[in-house]
Design a protein around this ligand. Structure first.
Ligand code: ING
Length: 315
């Protein structure tokens, strides 16, 4: 199988303090973009909501949130340097941020930028976790359902930088439907950023399960969909609330090829061969040869779990 080399980097961010400026956060991203390029990366994956602290942990009005934590233009004055540097160094990037759309709607968004510094794709988060009501007794909030609309554009794969690249965001990775939508479009690579609190505010879930579920989700998704995955955390203790690290690069075999060791700013890198996924796509996960959508109707037609449909055989 002819090799298809692709330098994949993931830039994990440590905490962004509530008072930290966008310019300061962008400077950290900029330094990691330079390091990724120096290690031969064709693309670097940045976290979800990478320009500010993870503000859905705070109760405020939508107006306050939008004034303080959202971007109305991309690139904007503070983020332009990332686009200029992408062009200067010939490296693409994935960036997560809070978007106010041209129609004035709020989304948890990521963009895919090519080596010319041009935005080739945009994704608006579909699976919004958490709640929209105030939970005053909780140690922190998780108000993505309050501050963001459900993404209105769906899941796509873009052909760019000699690869088919798909995007998702954080909670999306927990839903198999996300990955199948991307593998059905021939994805070679899926980029995603995440902010995953280590403490569950809904029940006393052992914290070690956060990392287990994060890794097992990505490793099975990579294998079952024959994709390389670059997953970038915003990590560490942000304003007293802990976010897991565990940024990883996962191969289509399901093997972890690189993993962050810290909960700070850290670049990980893998000289990937996109052809590794091709072998699995042609054999064990040849979708055209093996899938039987006529037996999967419930997956699309039904939202929540219903009653068992099994009946005794009649013949
Ligand atoms: N954060 C978390 C995530 O899905 C979460 C929220 C954690 C939901 C653990 C369920 C279980 O990783 C975001 N931003 O989606």
């Amino acid at each position: 199988m002819k090799k298809r080399p692709f330098g994949l980097a993931v830039a994990q961010l440590g905490p962004i303090d509530k008072e930290e400026s966008r310019a300061s956060a962008v400077q950290r991203l900029h330094e990691m973009m330079r390091e990724a390029a120096s290690r031969g990366a064709d693309m670097v994956v940045f976290p979800e909501l990478a320009l500010t602290t993870f503000f859905p942990r705070y109760w405020m009005t939508e107006q306050e949130a939008q004034a303080r934590y959202f971007e109305r233009t991309m690139p904007g004055p503070e983020t332009q340097i990332l686009f200029d540097t992408a062009r200067e160094l010939g490296i693409g990037f994935y960036l997560g941020y809070a978007e106010i759309s041209a129609q004035g709607r709020p989304y948890n968004t990521s963009i895919l930028v090519d080596k010319n510094g041009d935005i080739v794709g945009r994704y608006r988060k579909v699976h919004l976790p958490g709640h929209s009501d105030h939970k005053p007794t909780a140690p922190f909030q998780h108000l993505e359902k309050k501050y963001f609309d459900v993404g209105n554009e769906g899941f796509f794969v873009w052909e760019t930088m000699q690869a088919n690249i798909g995007m998702c965001l954080c909670n999306d990775r927990r839903w198999p439907e996300t990955w199948r939508m991307l593998s059905l479009q021939g994805a070679d690579i899926v980029a995603l950023g995440y902010n995953t609190p280590s403490v569950n505010i809904h029940w006393p879930e052992p914290t070690h399960l956060r990392m287990l579920h994060h890794l097992v989700t990505l490793q099975s998704a990579a294998y079952q969909n024959c994709v390389w995955i670059g997953a970038a955390a915003k990590a560490g203790l942000e304003d007293g609330s802990h976010l897991i690290g565990g940024s990883v690069i996962v191969a289509p075999t399901g093997e972890i090829m690189a993993q962050a060791q810290s909960e700070d700013d850290e670049v990980i890198f893998c000289q990937a061969d996109l052809a590794l996924g091709d072998t699995f796509k042609q054999h064990v996960f040849n979708l055209a040869a093996h899938r039987r959508p006529e037996h999967y109707r419930l997956i699309v037609d039904q939202v929540g779990a219903g009653e068992p449909l099994g009946r005794a055989p009649v013949d």
